[in-house]
Design a protein around this ligand. Structure first.
Ligand code: FES
Ligand SMILES: [Fe+2]
Length: 369
């Protein structure tokens, strides 16, 4: 089958109670992964760092989106800018640290220097080179914006604004006052599955929670779990119940409600009282992804450290429970026994929204080539 034929095997118009998942080849065919790189990850707003990493002039954070090396840096004028982290001389990475502080962006290869605004400031031993304009050889800019604690970039110069991309999410998440939380720790997972398997697992409306996450299940009122789809986000939410079944979970997952937000295509954040973790799902290749968890708390003082570490450990346990399943699913998707699956009408509306948005982008993308 060619790519257009593979895409045509998914019906994105079916109502939820008649719908199938996207078919197995979407998760295992490298041509689909490449199409996603070009039409999804190169065109949507992608999280690249945290606002607290680029608060002061000279602070920078580097990252990679759709295979492109990028750097975000706060200028001396206070403006946040993003660039391709690619030297205009012979393409070396100019900034080589994951994050930090600099007064100038200095390429380690032949010593070209760029200002924090991306402009080329100086090149050793370049006298006598003809038809070379310094002003035309600054770092190539990329769109950047922030929302709450997060820095986003977009490789598409013609994209909608970040606010328009996030749509109703901005208002829906506003009461949680995420910007008041403080970053505490990062945990990274390398998973042997397609990035969409991880997202699907997240978006099954709690369907797997009683079976796979017994500890987490003990603090959720599972029957009252709600699923809301709007624009490009899905909010799964559940009232919380007191439980002494699992002390660590009961102790660290508190408040009236659990809030689980997903923003298309690959970003989630999960909130309890005084707590948030963000999950960024980065495709590595068609059957590997990396998931970066950042943990935030309302109190990150030394006195709260032990509690916060216990809370992170509870998060890690839930992830470990998910990892094995995600890898088993990826193996199953390659089996000749599987084509596509049905969706629980009660639970899996978020998953359908994900598949519909993805199908729209991939189909539009193939038309534009
Ligand atoms: S590649 Fe950067 S100075 Fe040569
Ligand atoms: Fe899970």
């Amino acid at each position: 089958m060619n790519v257009a034929e593979i895409l045509a095997t998914y019906d994105d118009k079916a109502p939820l109670n008649e719908a199938y998942t996207i078919p197995a080849p979407w998760y295992v065919d490298a041509r689909i992964a490449e199409l996603e790189r070009l039409t999804v990850f190169s065109k949507t707003w992608q999280v690249i760092g945290r606002v607290d990493q680029v608060e002061k002039p000279g602070q920078f954070v580097t990252g990679n989106v759709a295979g492109e090396p990028l750097v975000v840096v706060r200028g001396n004028d206070g403006v946040l800018r993003a660039f391709y982290n690619v030297c205009r001389h012979h393409a070396a990475a100019v900034v080589t640290e994951p994050c930090g502080m600099a007064s100038i962006l200095h390429c380690p290869y032949h010593g070209w220097n760029y200002g924090l605004d991306g402009s080329l400031k100086g090149m050793p031993e370049f006298e006598g080179v003809k038809c070379f304009e310094r002003k035309d050889n600054g770092l190539v800019p990329v769109k950047v914006d922030t929302w709450e604690t997060l820095v986003f970039i977009n490789l598409d110069p013609n994209s909608v604004s970040l606010r328009d991309f996030l749509g109703g999410l901005v208002k829906r998440a506003a009461p949680l006052e995420l910007a008041k939380l403080h970053y505490f720790a990062t945990q990274t997972y390398e998973i042997h599955c397609n990035w969409k398997v991880f997202v699907d697992n997240y978006l099954d409306g709690g369907y797997h929670v009683p079976h796979l996450h017994k500890g987490l299940n003990s603090v959720l009122d599972y029957k009252q779990y709600t699923i809301e789809n709007e624009d490009r986000y899905c909010l799964q939410s559940s009232p919380m119940v007191a439980s002494d079944e699992d002390a660590a979970t009961g102790n660290t997952r508190r408040g009236d409600r659990a809030w689980y937000f997903w923003q298309y295509p690959n970003f989630m954040f999960n909130c309890y009282e005084g707590y948030m973790d963000t999950n960024l799902v980065i495709p590595i290749d068609v059957d590997h992804c990396r998931v970066v968890f950042d943990f935030y708390f309302s109190d990150v003082s030394e006195a709260a450290r032990t509690y916060n570490e216990q809370s992170v450990a509870v998060g890690n346990r839930v992830q470990d429970e998910d990892l094995g399943i995600c890898e088993a699913v990826q193996r199953g998707l390659k089996s000749r026994a599987y084509g596509a699956g049905r969706l629980s009408a009660r639970r899996e509306a978020g998953e359908q929204l994900f598949h519909q948005l993805l199908a729209a982008d991939l189909k539009a993308g193939t038309r534009s080539f």
